[in-house]
Ligand binder design. Structure first.
Ligand code: IMP
Length: 204
């Protein structure tokens, strides 16, 4: 089974490719979205609404079964912000680095964070729509560390990450291997819920 992945974000595409490769028992795969298909503005109030908007747009433009994710970070110290506005936290066209720096300025080190991911599934022929959600709890690092991952990963210390070396600070998401991130990440959890549903054959 091949699903169209409605994203132009290379980091997310790579994460989905490896999540599907590792998790799918039936060889389900994701196809990249053609450049010609544009995504709607992410102006919904929830991750689920934004993910559905993107999957519906891709399904309508191509006639194919499509999935899309919408994800972000919620800081307890900011009452859950930036949330659905995580990509635009430091401004409309902010870079990942600008968003990360703003979070480090505005949120106290050690305070609670949560990554959230909603994945929407849209089958335009059968009219089926489903949304799967995954979460990952953590806290803000003292300072950014690590070169892997993307976005807020250098500042995010997952609660259920692998133990750090003796005397070393707990590892950030950007210091974990791909396998370690996928095992605990919001996107990994939501993708496994989607695949379990797809492969359980309950697609109606
Ligand atoms: P969107 O889902 O395209 O709206 O963007 C989500 C925002 O949250 C972007 O700023 C991402 O950098 C950030 N984000 C989402 N998932 C992750 C992740 O796994 N690690 C780090 N940042 C993430």
């Amino acid at each position: 089974m091949k699903l169209l992945l409605a994203t132009h974000n290379e980091h997310k595409r790579r994460e989905f490719e490896r999540l599907f490769e590792r998790t799918s028992a039936d060889g389900a795969m994701v196809d990249a979205l053609p450049d010609s298909v544009s995504m709607p503005p992410e102006d919904g109030e929830t991750f689920a609404a934004n993910a559905l908007g993107k999957a519906r747009a891709a399904a309508a433009a191509t006639g194919r079964v499509s999935i899309a994710d919408d994800s972000g970070i919620a800081a307890a110290a900011l009452g859950g912000a930036p949330g659905v506005r995580s990509a635009r936290y430091a401004g409309e066209h902010a870079t990942d680095t600008e968003n990360l720096e703003k979070l480090l300025r505005e949120v106290p080190a050690g305070s609670g964070l949560e990554y959230v991911c909603a994945i929407a599934y849209v089958d335009p022929a059968g009219g089926t729509e489903r949304v799967f959600e995954g979460r990952c709890a953590g806290r803000l690092a003292e300072e950014p560390r690590g070169e892997r991952g993307f976005g807020y990963d250098p500042a995010f210390v997952p609660d259920d990450g692998p133990p750090s070396e003796e005397g070393q600070p707990a590892r950030t998401m950007a210091e974990l291997s791909d396998e370690q991130k996928d095992a605990i990440s919001h996107r990994g959890r939501a993708a496994r819920a989607l695949l379990q549903w797809l492969e359980g054959g309950a697609r109606s």
